[in-house]
Design a protein around this ligand. Structure first.
Ligand SMILES: [Mg+2]
Length: 409
């Protein structure tokens, strides 16, 4: 088996066409989307890619640890990958996002798309349009109408006003407005708060129950993350109480061990792990298997960049749940467009009337637009054999980039 011989890390960013105010970072507005990319390659040149959302340059120093952990290893040994990611996590970061790059190689060597390597047979998966912003009632109606006209039959909105009556009014209005045309889900983003730019309410069990009652009366499809992510007892009480599906699980970075505990305890009726955050493809698939055993719903989370969408789509297509639950399509124009989300991919993951056709080429189907990457990104770490190069962005000019590209391509 050819060993891992090359590791590169990139930082890239892309302009958004309009400001985007993510519901999960109250008070913030951004004009750019950031990416980290990892490229690994075997001695005989088989490449694996993955990528993660970047806040800034917070991962600039991770190259040496990743190189120490993975150069010279067998890329198809996913158990080894998991063990070493956990070792690295003791240094403060859980790099689950690099694990799919190993699956990319493993599936390329097998000559199969990842979802087929995992036993999946769903060549296309039904999507739901996932809005990313808190909006007012009129703007929400317009947004729902736009998504409906594009072919989506399910739409997920965001609420978390200080006044719970505002939240309830919005779900009642949109459910009534789209009645018979679209199913509505709602994400409360209560599992964690990023209060760097502004505060937001944190719901208690009583408010979550009142909201779940209103959601059930409006026939919503699910209520996502209505409580803080560690309040396991309250979550279990709510899930047992609620007449509407209670969903969540995207940010449990301990992965399967924690999500298994939560599933057995009954914290959610539907689990939404994300391979990039909560245990890589391997543990997300374990969560899916457990959900099947326990009679729970399953649909991975995919908000982030276009690589996260593709990677989690493979988990969905492999899980056997694609015919039961729709899969998240992160899409919130005018700020969060498909073109910006997938800025460094050669082919944006465009939906087809609310469906996604799974890539059929071996691996994850991540095809990097190298011209876009050169223009919008920088390779900040490269390790090949015994050589290591750490390249802070300000020191990396076109000549260095060209040198790296020539050596690698
Ligand atoms: Mg969510």
């Amino acid at each position: 088996m050819a060993k891992i011989d090359l590791i590169e890390l990139y930082y890239a960013s892309a302009d958004l066409p309009a400001p985007f105010s993510p519901a999960w970072v109250p008070g913030s507005s951004r004009m750019k989307t950031g990416f980290y990319l990892i490229r690994i390659a075997t001695e005989d040149g088989v490449e694996g890619w993955s990528g993660f959302s970047a806040s800034g340059k917070e991962r600039a120093g991770i190259g040496d640890g990743i190189a120490d952990a993975f150069l010279g290893t067998d890329p198809t040994d996913i158990d080894m990958v998991h063990e070493r990611i956990k070792i690295l996590a003791n240094g403060g970061m859980r790099h689950w996002w690099i694990e799919p790059a190993f699956w990319d190689i493993k599936a390329k060597l097998a000559g199969l798309p990842v979802y087929k390597l995992l036993g999946g047979t769903d060549d296309k998966i039904r999507l739901y349009a996932s809005s990313g912003e808190v909006r007012g009632i009129e703007a929400r109606r317009e947004e729902a109408e736009a998504r409906y006209s594009e072919g989506f039959d399910t739409f997920k909105i965001r609420v978390h006003d200080w006044d719970e009556a505002v939240d309830i009014a919005q779900i009642q209005d949109i459910a009534e407005h789209m009645k018979g045309r679209m199913k509505i889900a709602v994400d409360c983003n209560q599992a964690f708060r990023m209060t760097l730019h502004g505060d937001a309410p944190i719901w208690d069990l009583a408010r979550a129950k009142r909201f779940a009652d209103a959601a059930a009366e409006s026939d919503l499809l699910w209520v996502e993350e209505p409580l803080y992510m560690e309040w396991y007892d309250d979550m279990a009480e709510l899930a047992a109480y609620s007449r509407v599906t209670i969903a969540g699980g995207e940010l449990h970075t301990s992965g399967y061990p924690e999500l298994r505990h939560m599933a057995l305890k009954g914290c959610y009726n539907m689990f939404q792990p994300d391979a990039m955050w909560s245990g890589g493809i391997k543990q997300v698939m374990q969560v899916g298997e457990l959900c099947r055993e326990l009679g729970l719903g399953f649909s991975p989370h995919s908000w982030g960049n276009g690589l996260g969408f593709l990677i989690n789509a493979h988990c969905m297509a492999a899980s056997g749940f694609a015919g039961e639950n729709p899969f998240e399509y992160p899409y919130c124009p005018p700020g969060w467009t498909v073109e910006a989300r997938d800025a460094i991919l050669s082919h944006p993951s465009i939906h087809d009337n609310g469906w996604f056709h799974m890539p059929q080429e071996p691996g994850l189907g991540i095809e990097i637009d190298h011209k876009a990457l050169e223009k919008q990104g920088v390779c900040f770490f490269r390790a090949k054999g015994k050589e290591r190069h750490w390249m802070p962005e300000k020191l990396v000019g076109t000549a260095v980039r060209r040198e790296v590209a020539q050596e690698v391509v």
